[in-house]
Each structure stands twice: as C-alpha cells, then as structure tokens.
Design a protein around this ligand. Structure first.
Ligand code: AMP
Ligand code: GLY
Length: 418
C-alpha cells in the first residue's frame, strides 16, 4: 500500500514509525515530514499541510492508496472531504466532524444534546452580553475562544477583572483573530485530568491504552501550558476501574450522537476528561492523535497500525483486534529554553549517535542545515523508551537525554511522577 502521512511534528514521527513496521506498506510519503522521518520515508517539504489542493493533486499523481492526516488544521479545512471526493481513502474525519475540535460552541452543543457529561456553559458572540453573562458563574470560571487557537484559547479566570480583560482581548482586540470572536463561558471543574484516545469509524469505538500528558512547562505542573512536555502510558493515576464508566457515560453516547447527527467519523478521537469521585466530564474533543501522547502509545502497540487505520477508514474497525504490550512507555520532550514563549532556533544538535538501541527518538522541531542537524522549534526532540515499569522507563529516557546536547536544551525532570 502506498501511504501518505500529513504533518511534521513528534506525533507524525511516531505515526510514521508505527506505519513503517507494517508489512502492508510499500511506500511512505510524508507532507512535509522532518529530518527524522526522512531517514526512512520520502518527505515532500515544499507542500504545506494547509494546501489542500496541492495535497490532493499529490495523492492523485502518486497513486496514493491511503492518507493519514495528523494535525487538526487540515482536517478543519476539509482535507479529508476533498481526498474522499477524489476517490481516496483517509484516516481523519471530514470537516463537519472535525468541528468537534474546530468550534468549541459546536462541540459543547453536541455534548449537551447527546447527554455527554460536560461543564455547564453559555455561548456568546457579543462582548456586552458575555460580560453580563459572567454573573451566572462562580470564580474561577473558564473562558474559551470558539475557534482553533493553537493551545492559547482557554483562560481560567480567577476573578472578574481577569475575566473582563480576557473577553476584551478575545472579542474586541482580536488577539486570537477570528477564533475569539465567539466565546463560551463555562463552570470550572476540579478533579484530575486525563486523556482518552480511541479509534473510531463511527460504528465501533476502541479505546487505546491509557496515557498521561504533562502540559505545564515546569516540574510539579507549574508555569504556563505548553503543547505537552512528555507523556507516560499507562497513566499512573488512572486505574482500569474507570473503563466501564467511560464506555457507558462518554463513548456510547458519543457514537450515538455521531449517528443521530449524521456525522461521518473515521479516525482518532482524543477526549480530554476531568475525573472526580468516579465520574468523568468532557473538557474537550480533539479530532486527531495527541502530541506527545501518541509517542508513548505507539511504543505499546503490538498490532499493525496501518491495518488498524485502514480498517477504520473503510468502516471495518470491528473486525480488528488491537493488542498492546504491558510495559510502561515514557516520552520526554527536549525543548528550547524559553518555550512556550520566545526561544532561539538553529542550535546544533549532537549526541544522537551515542544512544542505546532501546531508545526511540522522534523528531519534532528539527531541521537539516547543510548536513548539520539543528533545532527548529519549541519542542525539538522526543526521547522515548519502554520499561518493565515506570522507574525503568524513566531511567532509560533520562539517561539518554543527558547524552543529547544543544544550546538551551530544557526538559522536565518529573515526567510520569506528577
Ligand atoms: P481545553 O482545550 O478545552 O481542553 O482546555 C485546555 C485546558 O484548560 C484543559 O486541559 C484543562 O486543564 C483546562 N480546562 C478547560 N476547561 C476546564 C474546566 N471547565 N474546568 C477546569 N479546567 C478546564
Ligand atoms: N497533548 C495535547 C494535545 O495534543 O492537544
């Protein structure tokens, strides 16, 4: 099978690593890919993930059998719709379903109508009405920009002053451009957060192994949110005792809701949850794999990733058996100092040749500059390993991380612990 993968981050590196192992794969193309992926696949770096027409043209001219879309932006732009129209099979939902991530108002309305537990909320597209609506909630409350905002669209306001400033910035000043012209205000939920990733073809839904992401930049979950500083699977804070609750309260109503609304969904659904007293509420839906959750998950997958994805795309997911190993996987993000604020790029990366075989490196923000590997983003590399237990996996990735050098290298020291 000739496969095309869309994206360039650590998540896509992990997906590419999984696809590469499949005996069904004949050729793997990646748009645009990265230097790590280019070691074993053909990267087409002159097409951007937003360039839907060019991607479709590429798929047609290269006889691509199957496309896997990594990031949310092309999904929300309708890349899957266009590929399907061109007769291609795709893993990744069509635009109407991608709005579960692309519009918070759409996703909250979906949850409300299909009785999926979530925080109480109201939706506003007028600033004065939004300010007036603040009185319906206690503090802290949560303000969310409706549209895609690359992780910057959610503010937890501790007091009225912060809430009004946030609404003003999003709705009047346009700091998030169009994404903030509509907002939702919702109640603050406490509990512990976890992510649930599932394969679904709209009929069958199969949860993946549990995983935990570490969102904040500093140890002890302090400091600003990032895209994710590391991940661990299984999630050390979530026992199997929640499996049935999650299936009954969240996943079954989710599938029923897709059907009732005639939403075609073939891909990964990544559900952000808040859990308290044995009950779960949905914080958000993402219509794609998580980054860096995927990096840990892929290391635990024993079955053929390409087969699972392809069967999902042709609505035969129920026939696939998905097997996982019982090891612990840890993924540590090596970031550029300053991230998630401003940081420098172009630092030479060394030491990747000194690592043991059991370490898996996924490139995230790197580039090749005249044969020299350099940093090219906030999250630079993912250092990953499987271990017999959490301590073993942590020991391996932290020992490996010491051998990799670049100016401004920063990582959390407590992945898997906090
Ligand atoms: P979201 O993009 O909606 O998942 O929000 C990003 C982050 O904001 C989540 O991972 C939570 O840490 C936090 N968050 C979002 N909604 C709420 C809520 N209703 N109560 C508490 N924290 C929230
Ligand atoms: N790690 C969080 C995300 O991928 O959205």
């Amino acid at each position: 099978m000739k496969v095309l993968l869309i994206g360039s981050g650590g998540r896509e590196s992990a997906i590419a690593y999984g696809l590469k192992k499949s005996p069904l794969l004949s050729e793997l193309y990646v748009i645009p890919g990265n230097p790590g992926i280019s070691e074993f696949a053909t990267c087409i770096d002159n097409i951007k993930v937003e360039e839907t027409d060019k991607i479709v043209e590429f798929a047609l001219s290269h006889d691509i059998d199957f496309t896997v879309v990594g990031p949310e932006v092309p999904l929300c732009l309708g890349l899957s719709d266009e590929l399907i129209k061109a007769g291609k099979k795709v893993f990744g939902p069509v635009r109407a379903s991608a709005m579960l991530e692309g519009s918070k108002a759409f996703s909250k309305d979906f949850m409300y109508r299909h009785h999926i537990p979530t925080a109480r909320y109201y939706e506003y597209d007028n600033y004065d009405n939004a300010v007036n609506g603040l009185k319906d909630f206690d503090y802290p409350l949560v303000i969310k920009a409706d549209g895609l905002a690359a992780g910057k669209g959610v503010v937890i306001a501790e007091d009225e002053k912060t809430a009004i400033t946030t609404l003003d910035e999003m709705m009047n000043q346009g700091i998030l451009k169009d994404a903030g012209s509509k907002v939702i205000i919702e109640e603050f939920l406490d509990g512990f957060e976890c992510s649930l990733l599932c394969f679904t073809d709209g009929e069958t839904i199969k949860p993946m192994v549990s995983v935990k992401d570490h969102k904040q930049i500093f140890d002890g979950n302090r400091g600003p949110n990032t895209g994710g500083m590391g991940s661990v699977s299984p999630n050390p804070f979530l026992g199997n005792d929640m499996d049935e609750v999650l299936m009954e309260d969240i996943l079954k109503p989710f599938i029923k809701g897709l059907k009732e609304d005639h939403l075609d969904y073939r891909g990964c659904i990544f559900i952000g949850l808040m859990i308290k007293d044995g009950k779960a509420k949905v914080l958000e839906f993402n219509v794609r794999f998580g980054d860096p959750e995927t990096q840990s998950i892929v290391l635990r997958l024993e079955s053929d990733l390409l087969e699972i994805m392809y069967k999902t795309a042709i609505k035969e997911l129920k026939d696939v058996e998905i097997k996982w190993n019982d090891k612990t996987a840890v993924c540590l993000v090596l970031a550029s100092e300053g991230y998630p604020g401003s940081y420098q790029k172009g630092m030479e990366i060394t030491g990747l040749d000194k690592l043991d075989d059991e370490i898996v490196i996924f490139h995230a923000g790197t580039k090749m500059d005249n044969g020299v590997l350099k940093t090219n983003g906030g999250r630079v590399l993912n250092v990953c390993a499987l271990g017999d237990n959490l301590e073993d996996a942590r020991d391996k990735v932290y020992a490996a991380s010491e051998k990799i050098e670049f100016n401004g290298k920063y990582c959390r020291k407590d992945i898997g612990l906090n």
